[in-house]
Design a protein around this ligand. Structure first.
Ligand SMILES: NC(=O)c1ccc[n+]([C@@H]2O[C@H](COP(=O)([O-])OP(=O)(O)OC[C@H]3O[C@@H](n4cnc5c(N)ncnc54)[C@H](OP(=O)(O)O)[C@@H]3O)[C@@H](O)[C@H]2O)c1
Length: 287
């Protein structure tokens, strides 16, 4: 019986594997990856590597064994993910895994924006499968808002159509730690956890925090959805991605990811979630 992590070579997957290595022997951990080469560093640490691509369901045939615990990390391709996740659920059911954990979205049933739909469909197929499950309904990663840090400092500008909407984000490390708890401790089967940060911030708060910690004055510019879409297209983003980003920030404006309650994330990881200020400081240090 092993703990199998899909998307193991991604950002979240690697953090989950790091956390698992602190709790269980490497030989009991399986990294499911698309590329042997990318998974090489994990194999070197004694983690088992199995190669599978969710777009090619037959490659999932040997991915899981009876009694495994599986973490399905949601895929990156919005629109294609429902079929990709279904392939993993089907393979897990055929194998008879003991637990299927899934990284969903905060308040999935009410998440009425584009990225919510894939998660709702996958939660549905997991429930239908009859497998013991745990739904890790992740809020947003703080890192997502800091990935263009150099550009923010260069322009002194953060632009969004999120208005004064709040984001109760947490760090990827926080969400990874929650997944490790759910996979290594008993008593989580059948639960749906709403995982968000302990504090919620607005884009104006984010701009103020970056200003406070850097030598640069950064301002928040609230724009309309149409203005944002036009700016994203002018910056060269494909139409589908621009629409997705605008839709996400409209969801933020509607308060879909603002909720700091219940304290599921803090309770699962046994500590406060990483504050925005700490994530900003870490990003500045890494520049
Ligand atoms: N909560 C948030 O704020 C937030 C933000 C961004 C994303 N997400 C979601 O959280 C997930 C994990 O985030 P992350 O930062 O770790 O993303 P990431 O670094 O892009 O990792 C995604 C992982 O999924 C794997 N993958 C993608 N398509 C696949 C396929 N067809 N078959 C098998 N594996 C496939 C990738 O494999 P390769 O390593 O081979 O590319 C990668 O390991 C994302 O995929 C997305 O669903 C959440």
């Amino acid at each position: 019986m092993s703990i199998v992590v899909t998307g193991a070579t991604g950002h979240l997957g690697q953090l989950v594997i790091e956390g698992l290595l602190e709790k269980v022997p490497a030989a009991e951990i399986v990294a499911l990856a698309r590329s042997e080469e990318k998974a090489g560093a994990l194999a070197a640490r004694g983690v088992q590597v199995r190669i599978a691509d969710h777009d090619r369901p037959h490659t999932l045939a040997g991915a899981f064994n009876l009694g495994d615990k599986v973490l399905l990390i949601s895929g990156t391709e919005v629109g294609k993910r429902v079929a990709q996740h279904q392939a993993v659920v089907d393979a897990a059911r055929t194998a008879g895994v003991a637990l299927l954990a899934y990284t969903s979205i905060l308040h999935a049933p009410q998440a009425d924006f584009m990225i919510g739909r894939d998660h709702q469909a996958t939660e549905g197929s997991i429930l239908t499968s009859g497998l013991p499950f745990v739904l890790l309904r992740n809020g947003f990663y703080t890192e997502s808002y800091l990935s263009d840090f150099s550009a923010i400092l260069r322009s002194g500008r953060i632009e969004s159509n999120a208005g004064n909407g709040k984001v109760a984000s947490a760090s990827r490390a926080d969400f990874a730690a929650a997944a490790v708890t759910a996979l290594t401790e008993g008593g989580h089967a059948g639960r749906a956890y709403e995982l968000s940060g302990d504090t919620a911030w607005t884009f104006a708060d984010l701009a103020a925090e970056i200003t406070r910690q850097s030598d640069t004055k950064v301002s928040y510019h609230a724009v309309t959805s149409e203005e944002r879409r036009t700016a994203l297209l002018q910056a060269g983003l494909p139409e589908a991605i621009a629409d997705l980003i605008v839709d996400i920030d409209e969801g933020i404006a509607r308060g879909l990811v603002a909720d700091t309650a219940p304290d599921d994330l803090t309770r699962l990881i046994g500590r406060r979630t990483t504050p925005l200020a700490e994530s900003v400081a870490n990003t500045l240090k890494a520049l």
